[in-house]
Design a protein around this ligand. Sequence first.
Ligand code: BES
Ligand code: ZN
Length: 583
Amino acid sequence: MNLQQVKDPHSYYVSGEPQMTHLALTLHVDFDTHTLCGSAKITFNRPGKTTLDSRALNISSVEDSRGKPIDFTMGEPDNLLGTALYITVPEDKKVTIKYATSPEASGVKWLDSSITGTEHPMMFTQGEAIHARSYIPCQDTPSIKFTTYVTLSKPQELRALMGASVHVYRSETTDTSYETWENTDRIPAYLVAFMVGEFKCKVLSERSNVFAIQSVIHDAAAEFDDYPDIMKKAERLLGTYPWKNSSILVMPPSFPYGGMENPCLSFVNPSVITGDKSGVTTVIHELAHSWTGNLITNATWRDFWLNEGWTVYAEYRITEEVFGTSIAELNFKLLELEFQRDVQIFRKEGRSVALSVDCTGIDPDDIFSRIPYFKGALFLIWVEQRVGRERFDPFIHKYMNTFAFASLTTEEFVHFLLEHFGEFISLDEINVWMYEDVELPDGAPIVMNSLIQEILQFATTGSLPAPDVKWGTMHQQLYLESLPRVNDVSTLEAFNERFHASTSGNAEIRYSFLMAVLESAHYHTYLDSIDEFLSIQGRMKYLKPIYGVLFKHEPERAREIFAKYRGRYHPITIGQVEPILNV
Ligand code: BES
Ligand code: ZN
């Protein structure tokens, strides 16, 4: 498949310049200085002048393969893009860059042993969207893919884990150990990820393990014990699993996301372990990215909906197979509520709610929302309903086969879609979904079923189901999220009495409850619970809204709590919460 070279406004790389084809990375993980230090040996597809991305990297030399220095220049540092690194690739196409990261690298989190739940410190990286350049000098654009060979050296007592298809070897000296992995299939820079800490492992199947700290590993293995079966169901929908293995790593609570689809190793937030398997949908989501995102990748961040919309669609279909249609729809409804919240915020800020919007000059973190997720998936459901599953399902396989290991733009996808379904859907209709600033086009599918209706009915009347009715996490979430924000909080209190939400170990429920009391301006009795929640959770989905409303009611208190726990949060999270608090 010959795809056009695209201009990615979030990278300094210029279309047409030599591109990376392989990255050999050797880094020492230094917990004393909070730095990664070593070299990136990069192979390009041809010699010539080219440009790499970097951010706050301390580059000591650029050399050819014989160790001879190569001239390089660096541009002016830019807040959004970082610093361009201009080099000339020599005839043998190989360049070695020696460098160290900054202790403040935006894509690296260092955790002190006091907050890891183990006796040792931890560190982990997060590349998506444009943070890989803060730990690797590279062409940090999803339109370029390369193979990798990574060696990490780290204290012997710690385990290193990497999103990679092959673990090549481990070697040891008295106090340092070396681990090497290989990605023999090409990946974009944002998927290069690793974690170092003290972890236990449980085997789920021949191709899957789960990793977590000692105190969590048991619950994690129980929560995810259906994973081998889930993989088979995913393969039925999307085709043979395109990578070698697929494991799950339970992250510390400061992990900013619910999950991250690092290759062959999904990073997941500990909040997904709810005890009732409701968080398995997140694991399904990250697994689905193995096809939609990692195999076929958005060419630029403007095409982000191709990653997330497709993945939510696949998550919906796989969840249907695993938990039934009713639960799949309930899960999707919860996403719709997040989507509606985000649409309101976008409207207030005067931003377009189109699926594909030019985001030149804007930090992808700043416009992260559920719009590409929900609207993107709903668009695909719309297509599916127009053409019927009997045509759509074979189309999914064709899509995977046609664009495997490529990066794709919205326009290329739309072209492909119309090639297949031009008699059922028109370009004009599609363009409304893609480019028009409408919440949802006329005729968009509606997410509703009798289970959702019943829960919404309880919420609008402020009543609770009979005492013998068991509500799972998602049921409680939908109830709490749809309760009218009114002055009378007796409903909330009755709910709390029944489900112990304000002290729940289930982060999803506790979050939805605390948001409901905050938005009903009846939070005073729960301030301690809010404070404690903010001390143990670091997921952005919780922190941004909670700090947002808390700041409206009690600006000083909000700032004080944030200052207290700032060190526990991820640099990306800090970057998102500080503006909310006017820090
Ligand atoms: N790839 C995303 C996380 C991400 C997006 C990181 C953009 C950085 C920039 C991941 O697959 C994701 O979508 N996570 C969701 C999970 C949910 C939809 C089940 C999350 O974290 O909320
Ligand atoms: Zn995703």
